[in-house]
Design a protein around this ligand. Structure first.
Ligand code: NAP
Length: 327
């Protein structure tokens, strides 16, 4: 007999929506918050595309509301991080902070994705001191100053365009000579007089004056090997995200980029384990789609639990239920 009927890992829009629905289905879910409680929206300022708020809502305020709503219906929230899992047994087993073991009949993984770093040393060292992965959070600090955005995808170009509201100049550094971003984004960026491009180049160093004050970057042309100094005051890194799935390696089917593979809604490769939000979605990556998939995961988990033999015995329902029936 497992300790819990449903455990949810992650407290972003996907996890909290899953908790809301599971709690309202009387499953008394346990939600494990994870290291970055509230997820990526905690790093955002105004969210203007969450339906129902015509004037927008601050990301952290939205997460406070979502958490309170999940608690109101009986979600049990614990702080902490899942450090290992054993999903090979019928009672799925998790270890919290390498100490507390929890077993559960169903598990919803909503651990999200984290911004990628260049891993040149100086980028992480200067994080929060002139280097950022969140334009909406930190753009305001660079009013009237020259900055760089690293990357060539939709995120990088969206951030570059957004940052022109504050910065005197935005230099986009991209490792190839063509943007990955969609045409509409590209066209907007090319038409923006404040944006310039450094093509075929990678950042080899972010320079600072030792007080965490960024003074420039050194870029290397990948075709010629030539080094170039670009003086500026801030660096925004927008080179994609990495799904937070390290703990599930070897336990759940992951795709080539490490995202959890889901089929027939939110079902993973292990019966009773469901995944929602950015941890299984590298395409849409929106708060509202994460929340939607959290709702789906809770409903999928509820249906799965209804089909479990213990439940069938208690209710007289048929015992033989396929764990992952196709829709
Ligand atoms: P992405 O599409 O994976 O683009 C990442 C960019 O960073 C690529 O240009 C890549 O270069 C570059 N890059 C990756 N690793 C690098 C490294 N180590 N050093 C230097 N450059 C590196 O990621 P994304 O832009 O975050 O977008 C993710 C998804 O969200 C996409 O599907 C995107 O369409 C979507 N999205 C949509 C919107 C929108 O529609 N408003 C906004 C944001 C994101 P290469 O091109 O050479 O691979």
């Amino acid at each position: 007999m497992a300790d819990q009927r449903v455990v949810i890992i992650g407290s972003g829009p996907a996890g909290l929506t899953a908790a809301l629905y599971a709690a309202r289905a009387n499953l008394k879910p346990l939600l494990i918050e994870g290291l970055d409680a509230g997820g990526q929206l905690m790093l955002t300022t105004m969210v203007e595309n969450w339906p129902g708020y015509r004037d927008g809502i601050l990301g952290p305020d939205l997460m406070v509301e979502m958490r309170a709503q999940a608690l109101r219906f009986g979600t049990d929230v614990v702080e902490g991080n899942v450090t290992s899992v054993d999903l090979g047994q019928r009672a799925l087993s998790l270890v919290l902070d390498s100490t507390r073991r929890v077993t559960t009949d169903a598990l919803i993984v909503a651990t999200g994705a984290s911004a990628r770093w260049l891993d040149i040393g100086s980028d992480r060292k200067l994080s929060g001191h002139g280097v950022s992965t969140c334009a909406t959070c930190d753009g305001y600090f660079f009013r009237g100053k020259p900055i760089a955005v690293i990357g060539g995808g939709d995120s990088a170009i969206e951030e570059a365009i957004f940052l022109t509201k504050f910065a005197s100049r935005v230099t986009v550094v991209h490792r190839r000579d063509a943007l990955r971003a969609s045409k509409i984004m590209r066209d907007k960026a090319f038409a923006n007089p404040k944006i310039e491009f450094v093509w075929d180049s990678e950042v080899v160093e972010i320079k600072d004056v030792g007080r965490g004050e960024v003074t420039g970057i050194i870029v290397r042309n990948v075709k010629t090997g030539q080094l170039r100094d670009v003086p500026l005051d801030g660096v925004f890194i927008a080179i994609g995200h990495t799904p937070n799935t390290a703990v599930f390696t070897g336990q759940l089917e992951l795709d080539g980029s490490g995202y959890i593979v889901t089929r027939h809604g939110t079902r993973t490769s292990v019966p009773g384990v469901f995944a929602a939000g950015d941890v299984q979605d590298h395409v849409y990556r929106q708060a509202v789609t994460a929340a939607g998939s959290g709702c789906m995961a809770a409903i999928d988990a509820e249906r799965y639990l209804e089909g479990m033999p213990e439940h069938a015995e208690a209710t007289g329902a048929p015992r033989s239920v396929e764990a992952h029936p196709p829709r």
